[in-house]
Design a protein around this ligand. Structure first.
Ligand code: PMT
Length: 422
């Protein structure tokens, strides 16, 4: 709880909550209560349109502070103008963030209090988008989001589900409890010192990163094999983003049709066993290992000859044997790299992902939904829920290229925190 700091003589954490004009504005009231309950000092900024949804008095009563709305407010300028507010904040949380606000911030406009504050803020900024699913999916919004991420902003949500407009899809603001958990856990972990809102273009300089991508192909006989729907797009995007961030990257790739990313050493493999051998050969030279490949858990006991159709049998039983668990093997290495797994889930995502995190003894796990309309296997976009021993972060549905950059920033923060503690 943040309030503990008061007892130890330090000041309370300062959370600056910006509310913009969407139907989810009412949920921001719950956020204020949650932050206050945890002992934070909260100040609220509202855009003019937000005041159409919830009365400023609500936020004033809940936060115990005057609500800030106007950019040029004579009284506020004397006390808490945009520069003072920006300096005051340990974190700026924009929830809900409308498509309009996201567009304005991405363009660097400074024509109201929130947009001006955003430019003046040097603290970490979290944005929880909320809008109609078509607006969220529009290329313009996705490009604006990409720009914000390049500014160093962290996204929370949006979530998939029924929307106020009657449609279904991505665009619902994350629940206040989920947003609160992320902000409070980051504040408690003092991650903020490591996370600057200034873009850190080369934040992986000097690090060696080993990444797996794509499917594995497990031969059944000389002409047939078992495989899965992985296209390699996610792992290749992580490899390209890691190079961009200054890392020396080795990519162990299953059979895919993608062009190899520039400046990456690519080791091509086919089966899980080959991937295991290639990864284990490289692992001890690496700082970070990221297992994005969809590795077969079982492989057929291979037939030397082509399997023949049995005219007198309606079914055929295949015998499969377990493949080596590459991720768990890397995590078990003495002096091995910081290990990050992926988890592809069709149900109970958090339970299964957390189980893999602890069972395989890895440092982080990035879980994604598969078998759904959007995201996962062979799609251009994806969303990830990333878990580590005492924290989690949601990375919203977005282009895999951009998602890979955000994932790497998170991995770099955790890597540095863990290494600093050793
Ligand atoms: O390639 P795309 O089309 O872009 O799709 C991306 C993706 C959906 C494949 C990717 O985002 C993803 O989820 N990759 C992991 C898929 C998977 O195999 O998940 P899993 O939950 O079955 O495995 C958990 C982890 O263990 C993974 O890191 C996997 O690489 C690893 N594993 C699994 C089995 C095995 N024998 N060895 C392993 O290392």
């Amino acid at each position: 709880m943040l309030g503990k700091e008061k007892q130890s003589g330090q000041r309370l954490k300062h959370i600056l909550l910006a509310v913009t004009g969407g139907i989810a504005a009412y949920k921001a009231a719950e956020l204020v209560r949650l932050f206050k309950r945890e002992g934070a000092e909260v100040r609220v900024v509202m855009t003019q349109s937000a005041t159409q949804f919830v009365a400023p008095l609500t936020f004033q009563a809940l936060s115990g502070n005057l609500v800030h709305i106007e950019l040029l407010d004579v009284e506020a300028e004397n006390a808490m103008g945009h520069i003072s507010l920006a300096r005051w904040a340990d974190v700026l949380v924009i929830a809900p963030a409308t498509a309009n606000t996201i567009a304005k911030l991405s363009q660097g406009l400074a024509d109201d209090l929130l947009s001006t504050l955003y430019l003046a803020a040097t603290c970490p900024v979290y944005v929880a988008p909320a809008m109609n699913q078509a607006m969220w999916n529009h290329l313009a919004t996705q490009e604006n989001i990409a720009t914000l991420v390049r500014h160093g902003v962290s996204l929370i949500g949006p979530e998939q589900g029924d929307q106020a407009c009657g449609e279904t899809g991505f665009g619902r603001m994350s629940e206040p409890v989920a947003i609160g958990k992320i902000i409070l856990s980051a504040l408690n972990e003092e991650l903020f010192e490591a996370v600057s809102t200034a873009p850190q273009a080369k934040f992986l300089t000097g690090l060696k990163i080993l990444i797996t991508a794509g499917p594995t192909c497990e031969p059944l006989d000389p002409v047939r094999y078992l495989t899965n729907r992985s296209s390699g797009k996610m792992g290749y995007a992580v490899a390209a983003a890691a190079v961009k961030a200054g890392a020396e990257v080795t990519l162990v790739s299953g059979p895919v049709t993608l062009a190899p990313p520039e400046n990456v050493t690519v080791l091509k493999v086919s089966t899980a066993e080959e991937m295991y051998q290639a990864v284990l050969r490289e692992a001890l030279k690496q700082d970070i290992y990221i297992g994005a490949a969809a590795v077969a858990d079982y492989s057929p006991v291979q037939s030397i000859h082509k399997l023949k159709k049995q005219n007198d049998q309606d079914s055929l039983t295949l015998v499969l044997q377990k493949t080596p668990d590459i991720l768990a093997s890397v995590a078990a290495l003495e002096h091995g790299p910081f290990t990050v797994g992926f988890a592809a889930e069709t149900h109970d995502l958090e339970t299964y992902a957390r189980d893999k995190l602890t069972r395989k003894k890895i440092d982080m796990i990035a879980a994604n939904w598969v078998g759904r309309e959007q995201g996962g296997f062979d799609s251009e976009q994806n969303a990830l829920q990333v878990f580590w021993s005492d924290g989690e972060q949601l990375l919203a549905m977005m282009d895999k290229t951009l998602l890979a950059e955000q994932l790497l920033e998170l991995i770099a923060q955790r890597f540095k925190t863990v290494r600093a503690g050793r």
